[in-house]
Design a protein around this ligand. Structure first.
Ligand code: NIG
Ligand code: FE
Length: 403
């Protein structure tokens, strides 16, 4: 028996990263027990796994099949509405001016603290629905809009609960050091994160990663290092928001502490890129953020030239309101010089590295059967056809999760 058979796809991309791209035309995928058991030319696959023995068959004629996307950087759990800040930014206010005036992250913190945990679960479920519809099958989700032990733990609990009832595979990250709470001193707050929040988060056991916003006017390198080292001591793998709005040194810190990823990197230098490559830290670029802020894009070519496993993410948050990995891929191609194949690799196998899920983002025998059937004949359309959703059917663990 076969649980699911996808037949006659115009193209199946089985694997893509920064160095390798593998695809088969006129192809089929057979799935059993949640995993890919065969992929290749339809005739060959259906010889071994006949349609008559399959519980479900999806005819993919004229359409492409790609690995489900891994979105390795999101703040998908939030409450409230910051659309007025979008208008303020269009009028010329900067992200930092808004944050300094108590808006931005700090405003979302107020809304999250006021929301019940049930409301937070429902909010995240709604965002995950949209992400899934756009082909995301694994998503990292950060806390960081609580900024006190109680609300950070409630956010992680909400992430855990939403994940348990949603097909998208969720990777939870603790980000108590996302901003300095209103009226607090940064050093004093870092002390709270290190001595109170991190031990409680470890005890709760939901978070896998610990992230910090290493940025001018937020947490400096020494403060960020304290947070990440305390996280490591408690079993949380480090990640860093580095060189997003200014150049501060977060990338070198990510390399020194052996972070899984360094993210944003808009202001990274050549030395920073070298340090990441030497330390095998995955660079995660978030072109939607630059697009939304009207800022200059990260230098993707500097990473590709050095053979770095470049990943893309949406950065979904109230400041960058996009759930769509295909949109990030379009920006990766048009604004950062990636090829559509590189953009797909950055959204799948390389993104999986950034969240330590090496099984995700590939469609080889043995891989989890997480995939997207496109409303288009090739992976190129993911980047080419922007402003609409190019994804048709989404399968997670061999089950049709969206159609
Ligand atoms: O990745 N830089 C910090 N965090 C987010 C923004 C969060 C927010 O504005 O609510 C980011 O850009
Ligand atoms: Fe972020």
């Amino acid at each position: 028996m076969t649980d699911l058979l996808l037949t006659d796809a115009a193209e199946v991309v089985t694997y893509a990263d920064h160095e390798r791209f593998e695809r088969t035309e006129d192809a089929a995928v057979a799935v059993d027990d949640g995993r890919v058991v065969a992929v290749g030319p339809t005739a060959a696959v259906t010889d071994d796994y006949p349609e008559s023995d399959a519980d479900a068959v999806v005819d993919c004629a004229g359409r492409a099949v790609v690995p489900g996307f891994v979105d390795p950087h999101t703040h998908a759990l939030f409450a409230g509405d910051r659309s007025d800040e979008f208008e303020a930014k269009l009028r010329g206010q900067t992200y930092q001016e808004i944050l300094e005036a108590g808006g931005g992250i700090l405003r979302t913190v107020e809304a999250v603290r006021a929301a019940s945990t049930d409301e937070l679960v429902a909010n995240l479920r709604d965002e995950l629905d949209v992400m899934l519809a756009h082909g995301t099958t694994t998503a990292e989700v950060k806390s960081g809009y609580g900024l006190d032990a109680e609300t950070e733990l409630r956010m992680l609990d909400a992430i855990d609960r939403a994940a348990a009832e949603h097909p998208v595979r969720v990777v939870p990250t603790f980000m108590g050091a996302h901003a300095v709470p209103t009226g607090r001193d940064a050093d004093d707050y870092v002390e709270e994160v290190v001595t109170e929040q991190i031990p409680a988060v470890a005890e709760q056991g939901v978070a896998a990663f610990c992230d910090v916003f290493c940025e001018e006017g937020v947490f400096d390198v020494a403060q960020s290092r304290r947070v990440l080292e305390a996280g490591i001591e408690h079993g949380l793998t480090p990640k860093v928001h580095a060189e997003e709005l200014s150049h501060l040194g977060g990338t070198q810190l990510a390399a020194e502490v052996g972070a899984a990823s360094a993210d944003h990197l808009l202001h990274a230098t050549d030395e920073d890129v070298d340090a990441l490559v030497a330390a095998d830290v995955t660079p995660v670029l978030l072109p939607g953020t630059a697009f939304g802020l009207g800022a200059a894009y990260a230098d993707a070519e500097a990473f590709l030239d050095r053979g770095a496993p470049l990943a893309l993410a949406t950065d979904l948050n109230p400041n960058c309101y996009s759930q769509s990995m295909p949109f990030a891929m379009t920006l990766g191609c048009v604004e950062m010089g990636l090829t559509p194949a590189q953009a797909l690799g950055a959204a799948t196998a390389n993104a999986a590295r950034a969240v330590d899920r090496p099984d995700a983002g590939r469609l080889e025998p043995g891989s989890p059967a997480d995939l997207a059937v496109l409303d288009a004949p090739s992976h190129v359309h993911l980047s080419y056809n922007f402003g609409v959703n190019p994804v048709d059917t989404v399968v997670v663990g061999g089950e049709v999760a969206h159609e």
